[in-house]
Design a protein around this ligand. Structure first.
Ligand code: XIL
Length: 397
């Protein structure tokens, strides 16, 4: 199997042709029904009555370096996140700011009527070290707070009215519920989260403000995140949503019940729930750590990279079923789930080809390396059809 991007004539995938998925301009479209509506051909159309469906894009796609990928993203999704291009290291690498790429990202969303999600203002990684250094030794709390304020003022302020949601703080919690000892925590102290949300509310009064983290289904972490939301609320600090990063696997935890319990726990605090960074990793793993700690790495071993020559049909079917089950759950809670955003467009763009092991061949997304829809895409589209017809029961736990 070749993994090169195929020419359009090869982009045909089962019942619905890829040409149709990519939009009307692409021909031929023999296998598609001429009057197929958006709800049968696009994720955003299929789920329009429930929630927005988003995708994280790299500059390569939103700046037009890969035209076919850009076309597919525009056709299928109505919400976007920049995979890296709004992080501190991208927009504020040294003492001056660099907005060329993030401006292009926001423009891309606006021109195409997509909701723009800003990711992220405060994180412990993709973060240069200079804000934490003073003239002689570590910077003081006040110095770091002043730098953080300048960052949030300039970045969130620049896009006020354009960025609909901001991940204000990303990954402040450990899996056991303790606060992560990040450079922000170590220099400012535990109230850095409150400080950041206050600064964001002032800089971007029209954006919804989000706390985003992985493993939010783990009870200690879920409870700590609920407490964090309530701590802000009790001080009158605005927080509008919780982002549950959906870095899951085909098999094992979390169960649907664990994900559901987390959605309900956040709903009870009165905030919206966003399913962010959704991808389902079908590859085997040989470590205990679940989630998406970007600093975690594992040595490459042949048995951990079994699908180099292609995704076996049984593995693909199990992967598709897992997606379908989770989408049924998200529809069930669409009163509070505002959006579901994939962490990548197609398998070749996924960060899971390089994390936590460099250089594996992974298959976590809904489109393959030729931008063809996979079984998971058909399964997710089918769930929407069933739900719209009032038949979308969750499987028994
Ligand atoms: C990842 C990107 O996908 C990679 O390209 C980058 O090298 C590291 O960051 N949690 C997050 C995302 O909040 O920003 C991370 O994205 C994945 C885990």
């Amino acid at each position: 199997m070749s993994f090169e991007r195929s020419s359009l004539r090869h982009l045909r995938g089962g019942v619905v042709s890829c040409c149709l998925l990519l939009g009307a301009a692409c021909a031929p479209r023999e296998t598609s029904s001429p009057d197929a509506s958006d709800e049968d051909t696009t994720l955003k159309g299929a789920y329009a009555e429930y929630f927005k469906v988003g995708v994280a894009l790299p500059a390569m796609i939103f700046m037009g370096g890969d035209r076919a990928a850009q076309k597919l993203a525009k056709a299928q999704f109505n919400r976007i996140t920049a995979e890296n291009e709004m992080k501190w290291a991208s927009v504020h690498p040294g003492s001056s700011f660099s907005f060329e790429t993030s401006d292009a990202f926001v423009r891309f969303g606006q021109r195409n009527g997509m909701e723009v999600h800003g990711h992220c203002l405060v994180w412990h990684t993709n973060q240069p070290g200079w804000p934490f250094q003073g003239n002689r030794g570590p910077a003081t709390r006040d110095e770091v707070l002043a730098r953080l304020k300048k960052h949030i003022d300039r970045v969130a302020g620049r896009y006020d009215g354009k960025v609909a949601y901001w991940d204000v703080v990303n990954e402040a919690l450990e899996d056991d519920g303790a606060m992560r000892r990040s450079p922000w925590y170590n220099t400012i102290g535990p109230d850095y989260v409150e400080q950041a949300f206050k600064m964001a509310a002032a800089a971007a009064p029209t954006a919804k403000l989000v706390y985003n983290d992985y493993n939010m289904w783990m009870p200690p972490k879920r409870d700590a995140a609920v407490a964090l939301v309530q701590r802000l609320q009790s001080q009158g600090i605005r927080i509008d949503a919780v982002g549950m990063q959906g870095h899951y696997r085909t098999a094992g935890e979390p169960s649907l019940q664990q994900v559901e319990e987390a959605i309900l726990a956040f709903k009870a605090t009165g905030v919206e729930v966003l399913i962010t960074e959704f991808d389902i990793d079908p590859l085997p793993y040989a470590w205990d750590k679940l989630g998406a700690d970007v600093n975690f790495t594992v040595q490459q071993r042949e048995e951990l990279d079994p699908y180099v020559r292609g995704f076996p049909p049984e593995a693909e079917a199990a992967h598709a079923k897992r997606y379908a089950d989770l989408f049924r759950l998200f529809v069930k809670h669409s009163d509070v789930v505002q959006s579901v955003t994939f962490w990548g467009l197609s398998d070749d763009f996924s960060w899971l080809n390089t994390w936590p092991i460099q250089g594996r061949t992974n298959y976590p997304l809904l489109f393959d390396r030729g931008l063809r829809p996979k079984k998971a895409w058909f399964a997710v589209m089918n769930v929407a059809r069933e739900c719209r017809a009032g038949r979308c029961e969750l499987p028994e736990p």
